[in-house]
Design a protein around this ligand. Structure first.
Ligand code: GAL
Length: 417
């Protein structure tokens, strides 16, 4: 090796060394395993790898994340949590109390999270006044997805009220379509229940019921009405719904077998992945009776304390990357959600996302912005689990009494508080 090439090698090594020294590994636990959601996660993985870090994917299949949370607890108990995990809402406080979460204040300060995020979001991401989680997006739960071609064939019109919803369902049924594509899993049953509750109770009583856990609202005549509507709706679900994944249900609407799906806007990730255009190939309607209101579900990655300096660096870079506009745009365009930053230009987003952002801002100003119960934003996972049990048992029993169900709901919530 001559002097020049020795120098060149030394220079390139010197250039490489600090880079490798700063490159760490991030293990990220999530449950974004559907085709569309996987595309969204891939954008994050790429942005992390572009910075020289290693991405260790810790995906645990199962919509709604129950299975992922069980696996996370096992890992944490054995003293080996991942660097980051999708933990949401009030649960972040519980993990914070265990003393396991890392402080992200330096990154937050550098990127000015305090000015970029809505106050409702900041509160959820902090424990004891320190940022311990980074918000990824804002999902809206109160959506109805429809296939307009199927609607046209059945002579049905897009519903704006619950009564119109059932009229449309009857038309679809009469024309030989599956009216409502649904997956019989507890979190999906409760997603439907929650949307019905939002429509029947309105945002104020919805909040009293599921945030304040107010017994008088939980057992009210309106809540009985919610259960009665849920029972009626069961008549439009096919016999093979049990256990079906949400994305398989979405596929049934995409391929024209079914007319509608009640689901949060992660369902849009499947439409997008299938190359379908919002407002043309499919329509997103605020769930009938909830126009102007917004049930939010904010995905967030909570960060666990790490001892290795390089991995810690990678973890901070992960948080920084997630809040950067580039990620907020690309990820959310694939995921179906809207950016959590309030300063984003929405012109490159589709019609549903633009509508969602407008409604989010409007609902925030009017009191219509409410946390999703079915997706762990309104109450603890214990309350959520109690609601899932009552709702799913009721949904699967055609003889069940709506009045009794409302009583059971209040009792089950009371028991876990
Ligand atoms: C939600 C989660 C969404 C989506 C959905 C289906 O709880 O917040 O991002 O993954 O479950 O699994």
């Amino acid at each position: 090796m001559n002097a020049i090439s020795r120098l060149a090698t030394a220079v390139s090594l010197a250039y490489l060394l600090p880079l490798t020294a700063l490159a760490g590994e991030v293990e990220v636990l999530h449950w974004w395993t559907s085709g569309g959601e996987k595309r969204a996660v891939d954008t994050l993985q790429k942005l992390i790898e572009d910075q020289g870090h290693t991405w260790k994917d810790f995906a645990v299949a199962g919509g709604g994340g129950e299975a992922a949370m069980t696996v996370l607890k096992t890992r944490a108990v054995s003293g080996n949590p991942p660097a980051a995990a999708q933990i949401k809402g009030p649960d972040i406080q519980e993990w914070g109390e265990l003393g396991l979460l890392a402080d992200l204040d330096d990154v937050a300060k550098q990127q000015q999270w305090d000015t970029l995020l809505p106050p409702q979001v900041i509160e959820v991401m902090q424990f004891g006044g320190h940022y311990v989680a980074v918000p990824v997006n804002v999902h809206r739960v109160n959506w109805l997805w429809i296939n307009p071609e199927v609607f046209a064939k059945a002579g049905a019109t897009a519903p704006t009220t619950l009564d119109e919803f059932f009229v449309a369902a009857d038309k679809l049924k009469a024309a030989g379509f599956m009216p409502l594509a649904h997956g019989g899993q507890p979190w999906q049953d409760s997603t439907v229940f929650e949307d019905l509750a939002f429509a029947v109770l309105g945002p104020e009583d919805f909040s009293k019921a599921f945030v304040d856990l107010d017994e008088s609202v939980l057992t009210s005549a309106k809540m009985v009405e919610v259960f009665a509507a849920l029972q009626k709706l069961h008549g439009y679900v096919d016999a093979n719904a049990a256990g079906r994944d949400w994305n398989s249900a979405t596929a049934m609407v995409i391929n024209g077998k079914a007319g509608m799906q009640i689901m949060g806007d992660w369902a849009k990730s499947e439409w997008t992945a299938a190359g379908k255009v919002a407002g043309k190939d499919y329509q997103c309607l605020p769930f009938p009776g909830t126009q102007g209101s917004f049930a939010y579900n904010i995905d967030s990655l909570a960060m666990f304390k790490l001892s290795d300096a390089e991995n810690r660096k990678a973890q901070e870079d992960l948080a920084r990357t997630i809040m950067a506009p580039e990620f907020q745009q690309f990820f959310n365009q694939s995921k179906g959600s809207i950016p959590v930053r309030t300063d984003m230009d929405m012109s490159s987003f589709d019609a549903c996302a633009q509508q969602s952002m407008l409604d989010f801002k409007e609902a925030a100003a009017s009191g219509g912005l409410q946390p999703s119960l079915a997706h762990g934003m309104a109450a603890s996972s214990y309350v959520q689990g109690a609601v899932f049990d009552v709702v799913t048992n009721f949904f699967n029993d055609p003889e069940a009494d709506p009045k009794k169900a409302a009583q059971q709901l209040a009792a089950a919530i009371q028991a876990v508080q």
